[in-house]
Write a protein that binds this ligand. Sequence first.
Ligand code: UD1
Length: 447
Amino acid sequence: MSRRKPTKGVKHTAGLEMMDRIRIVGGNKLDGVIPISGAKNAALPLMIASLLTSQKLVLNNVPRLADVRQLQLILENHGVDITAQPAPGSDELSGQCLEFSTPVISDTCAPYELVSAMRASFWVIGPLLAREHEARVSLPGGCAIGTRPVDFFLDGLSALGAEIEIDEGYVVAKAPRGGLVGAKLRFPKVSVGATHVVMMAATLARGTTIIENAAQEPEVGNLARCLIAMGAKISGIDSPRLVVEGVESLHGAVFDVLPDRIETGTYAFAVAMTGGNVLLANARPENLRAALDVLELTGVALEEEEGGLRVIASGQRARAVDVETQPFPGFPTDLQAQYMALMTRSTGTAKIRETIFENRFMHVAELARFGAQISVEGQVATVKGVPELQGAQVMATDLRASVSLVIAGLAAKGETIVNRIYHLDRGFERLEDKLSRCGAEINRLRD
Ligand code: UD1
């Protein structure tokens, strides 16, 4: 049974930064090197995977982000002991090295106060159920970019034999006697989170699990490779059909968080917007090919170098290119807002279709404050390029939308103030520092 205890550290860690703002004076080109951090969306599931073993999981290249700190609190609540180790290599390029150790799971309940701050924390349900055969996890919160239900998770875990009920806003899941049982299942739609969770749960199930229509995002491959390093038996990695053969137990491992493809794309779009020449150090272009292909069509030169990806742009207005978001390997929804910022100054009209989330155009109203001309009909935004953006007071609405406002501000004439930037701190490490080192006039205002 769940061993309840008082929840510690329930305050949202980003709370202290809630009043911070970012000030940008636009117009400077970007020149230099931007080190790409470890991917938030890879680090979170890897951290959660530490619940699957009683041995040590050591993760290198973990980014210093509010979401990572929040997940640390959640894991500590389950009894995970987390210690920071000296990072190998230079601090700036290698991120943090965190060691996770969970000899005993002390609590199988993930309370509302902790889970509501970040949707991905719901994913603990998979390992808790697999290892402890029970979990009580609050229904999730996270970015307000759509309803984001959890039906695929629950159907997937039910397929593995779990009994599931909803009790006062909590999902209560119990495995059959002897634990979860392998099964064949097919997701009706590609879901990154549901793939992570069912794959983690299946590693300790009896028998073989086949997941059809699995997400192929690089972060899923990163997690699968880490689970294999921990002793899991998984094949079909990077394909839509994952096969997981359950094992008795998993063991410790040392593993590297993959470089962040969304951060890479974000800075590439920023350079496209301002002009300049920037090396995105550690970037892995193969993980964002669709977005880079579009970027080249807009008129940007890209060079793959040993140390990363070089982005060279004239600063002239971009060519307009239509885009539709798709699961990997398609154009990522997490770059849609940033791409829209680039298109606001294009020489033509671009149509941007969002197919993953039904409510992911909140940045449109904010981009309009810069003088952008955007109209939205259903899932399609039509962006008519204007010659110049004007600096403005804007408000960040979600993680990726926030950074689109920064990109617009970098190219706009005059001063921009981005309010409510705690979203940015959830997902972008040292953003102002990385950009100002390349010549941007950008700083944080603390109230
Ligand atoms: C992850 C990423 C997020 C990214 C998204 C899509 C992390 C921490 N977050 O979010 O940055 O934007 O993938 O690439 O990695 N859905 C259902 N039922 C479910 C689960 C999902 O209908 O049970 C729907 C969602 O509402 C959405 C679509 O499936 O329309 C894809 O969502 P999903 O891939 O699950 O997104 P996340 O894993 O939450």
